[in-house]
Design a protein around this ligand. Structure first.
Ligand code: NDP
Length: 517
C-alpha cells in the first residue's frame, strides 16, 4: 500500500493505527482517505528532507469533516456532558501529551525546523493549556440575578456555540491549536481543525491522543490541505457556528468576509509589529539579552516578536553596537544540532519574502548593520536559513517599521522623551504586544498603561501563562485566547427566566367601561 504516513523515525502506534490508512482526514473518529486520493509530502525546512506524507484534502473532505462535527453536536452527547466530565478529558489529554512528549516534540521540530528543545517547551506549554482549562471545569456555572420581581428566578447560563472551525498557522502549530481546542472542548463544542498545510503532523497526533483520552468519535475532526481548498469551507459553511483563525492579516480579513454571509462568530488572532522600548536607565545587560530573544527567538517567526527596538537616543550607539555584535554570534542550525541557538525559516519561499522585506527597508533608507543575506554555502544553504538582521535609522513612516516580516529582522528607532516613546510605540496598525525597560517603577507603569497593545511586559519579554488572556488591539485581531475570556469565546450566554407563580398579566384584555386606560 502506498502512502506510508510518517517517516520511520517519526512513527509510533497509537489508538486506531491501521498502517494502510493515510492520516490527515479524521472524520467520525477514524482516518479516511481524501476524496481525490491526493497526498502531500511534508519536508523539514532545515534540510528539505521528507518527514511525512499526509492527505491533501479537498472541499468535499472538509464538508465531510464539518458534517461529522455537526452530527456529533446535534446528537447532543458531548454538549450534554457535564463540564466536569469534559474537564476530565482535558486533564487526561494533558497527561498523555506529557507521556508522549518526545514523539510530539520530534514531530513539531521536524515539521517546523525549530530546535528540538524548543519543541519540548512547546509541548509543555500545550499540556499546561489543557491542564488549565481542565482545572477550571465546573467553576463558573453562570449567575443568578436578583430581578426585583417577586416569584421569579432568573439565571444566566452558558451553553456551547456549536460546531467550531479552527484554522491555525505553522509557527507554533500545536500550541496555537491547543489555545482553541482546549476551551472549545471544555465549553462543549465539537470542532474541525485545519492546520497549516506545512505543519500538520502534531495536529494529526492530537486526534489520536484525544480519542485515547476518552473524547467521543466525531467531536474532534481534522482536515489537512490548503487554506483556499479546505480552510475556506470552515469560514463559509452554514453548518459551522464559529470560526477561530490564527494567521496573517490578509488571510484574516478574507476569513472575516466569508464568515459574514452566515453571521457566524469570528475570532481572529493576527500579526503584530511589537515595540520593545529601552530607556537609558534600563538594566543594560537584561535589556540587551532580552532584546535579542524578543526578536530572534524562533528566528522571528513569532507573532509577538519584539521586532521594533525603540531605544533612548543617549544610549543608542553603545546599545545597538553591542546588540549587533551578539546578533552576529547567534548560531543557526537544525532541530538536533545541539550547538544551534535558533533554526531556519519555515520555507525557502518565506525566506525569500523576508529577504525582499530587508532589501525594501534598505531602499527606503534603513542602514543594514548585520545579516541581510541568504547563505549560499555550507549547511545553511541547504535549509531555508536567514541570519539575524538589524536595520538602523528607521522611523514609523517606513514599511519596514509598519509591516510584519515574520522573520529575524529588527528595526531600530530612537526617542528622547517618554511621551515620544509612547507615541512611536502606538504608531502602528497592529497592537499585539510590547515591552518597556526602565528601572523607574512609576515610568514603567505609566508607559505600560499608555501602550495600546494586548500584552505589555515590564523589564521582560515573551512570558505568558494560560490563565491570562492573549490577543491584540487594532489589526492584531479581535477576541481573546487563553484565560477566562478565551473560554467565553466558545460559549453562548443564555438568560433563563422562570415565573414560579404564573398568573395572567391581563395586558391584552379588552378595556372595561369606566376604567381609565
Ligand atoms: P496565513 O494567514 O497564511 O495562514 C494561516 C492559516 O490560514 C493556515 O492554516 C492557512 O492555510 C489558512 N488559510 C489560508 N488561506 C485561507 C482561506 N482563504 N480561508 C481559510 N483559511 C486560510 O498565516 P501563516 O500560516 O503564514 O502564519 C503566519 C501569520 O500568523 C503571521 O502573520 C503571524 O503574525 C500570525 N500569527 C499570529 C498569532 C497570534 O497569536 N496573534 C500567533 C501565530 C501567528 P495554508 O497555509 O495551509 O494554506
Amino acid at each position: 500500500m502506498s502512502g506510508v504516513q510518517f517517516a520511520e523515525n517519526r512513527g509510533r502506534t497509537v489508538v486506531d493505527q491501521d498502517a494502510a490508512l493515510l492520516r490527515g482526514l479524521f472524520v467520525d473518529g477514524r482516518w479516511r482517505k481524501p476524496a481525490a486520493g491526493k497526498t502531500r509530502i511534508i519536508a523539514c525546512p532545515a534540510d528539505g528532507k521528507q518527514v511525512a506524507e499526509v492527505a491533501e484534502c479537498t472541499d468535499a473532505d472538509a464538508a465531510a469533516a464539518v458534517a461529522s462535527a455537526r452530527r456529533a453536536f446535534d446528537g447532543g452527547g458531548w454538549p450534554g456532558t457535564s463540564e466536569k466530565e469534559r474537564g476530565q478529558v482535558l486533564l487526561r489529554t494533558a497527561e498523555l501529551l506529557e507521556r508522549d512528549k518526545a514523539l510530539y516534540a520530534r514531530a513539531e521540530a521536524l515539521d517546523t525546523g525549530k530546535r528540538y528543545v524548543e519543541a519540548e517547551y512547546d509541548i509543555d506549554d500545550i499540556a499546561a493549556c489543557f491542564r488549565y482549562y481542565g482545572g477550571i471545569a465546573g467553576t463558573d456555572a453562570g449567575r443568578v440575578i436578583d430581578t426585583g420581581v417577586p416569584g421569579s428566578i432568573s439565571r444566566v447560563v452558558y451553553v456551547p456555540v456549536g460546531v467550531c472551525g479552527l484554522i491555525t498557522p505553522w509557527n507554533y502549530p500545536l500550541l496555537q491549536a491547543s489555545w482553541k481546542v482546549a476551551p472549545a472542548l471544555l465549553a462543549g463544542n465539537t470542532f474541525v481543525l485545519k492546520p497549516s498545510e506545512l505543519t500538520p503532523s502534531t495536529s494529526i497526533l492530537l486526534m489520536e491522543t484525544l480519542l485515547e483520552a476518552g473524547l467521543p468519535a466525531g467531536v474532534a475532526n481534522l482536515v489537512t490541505g490548503t487554506g483556499p481548498d479546505v480552510g475556506a469551507v470552515l469560514s463559509e459553511s452554514a453548518d459551522v457556528d464559529l470560526v477561530s483563525f490564527t494567521g496573517g492579516l490578509a488571510t484574516g480579513i478574507n476569513v472575516m468576509k466569508s464568515a459574514a454571509t452566515t453571521v457566524k462568530r469570528v475570532a481572529l488572532e493576527l500579526g503584530g509589529k511589537n515595540p520593545n522600548i529601552v530607556f537609558a536607565d534600563a538594566h543594560r545587560e537584561a535589556a540587551l539579552d532580552n532584546a535579542l530573544t524578543a526578536v530572534f527567538l524562533h528566528s522571528g517567526q513569532v507573532c509577538s516578536a519584539g521586532t521594533r527596538l525603540l531605544v533612548e537616543e543617549s544610549i543608542h550607539d553603545g546599545f545597538v553596537a553591542e546588540l549587533v555584535r551578539r546578533a552576529q554570534d547567534i548560531r543557526l542550525g537544525g532541530p538536533f544540532d545541539e550547538l544551534a541557538q535558533t533554526g531556519p525559516l519555515i520555507s525557502a519561499a518565506h525566506r525569500d519574502k523576508v529577504h525582499a522585506f530587508v532589501q525594501a527597508g534598505i531602499d527606503e533608507g534603513a542602514s543594514l548593520l548585520c545579516g541581510g543575506y541568504i547563505p549560499d554555502a555550507g549547511v545553511l544553504s541547504v535549509g531555508s536559513y536567514y541570519p539575524p538582521t538589524i536595520l538602523d535609522g528607521c522611523h514609523t513612516s517606513m514599511k519596514a517599521v509598519q509591516d510584519e516580516s515574520f522573520g529575524p529582522v529588527l528595526t531600530v528607532e530612537t526617542f528622547s522623551t517618554e511621551e515620544e516613546a509612547i507615541m512611536l510605540a502606538n504608531d502602528t496598525a497592529y497592537g499585539l504586544a510590547g515591552a518597556v525597560w526602565t528601572q523607574d517603577g512609576s515610568r514603567a507603569q505609566r508607559v505600560a498603561g499608555a501602550l495600546r497593545h494586548g500584552t505589555v511586559w515590564i523589564n521582560d519579554y515573551h512570558p505568558y501563562v494560560p490563565q491570562a488572556e492573549w490577543g491584540g488591539f487594532g489589526k492584531s485581531g479581535n477576541g481573546r485566547e487563553l484565560g477566562l475570556q478565551g473560554l467565553a469565546e466558545y460559549r453562548e450566554t443564555k438568560h433563563i427566566w422562570q415565573n414560579i407563580n404564573p398568573k395572567p398579566s391581563h395586558w391584552f384584555e379588552p378595556p372595561q367601561a369606566g376604567v381609565q386606560q
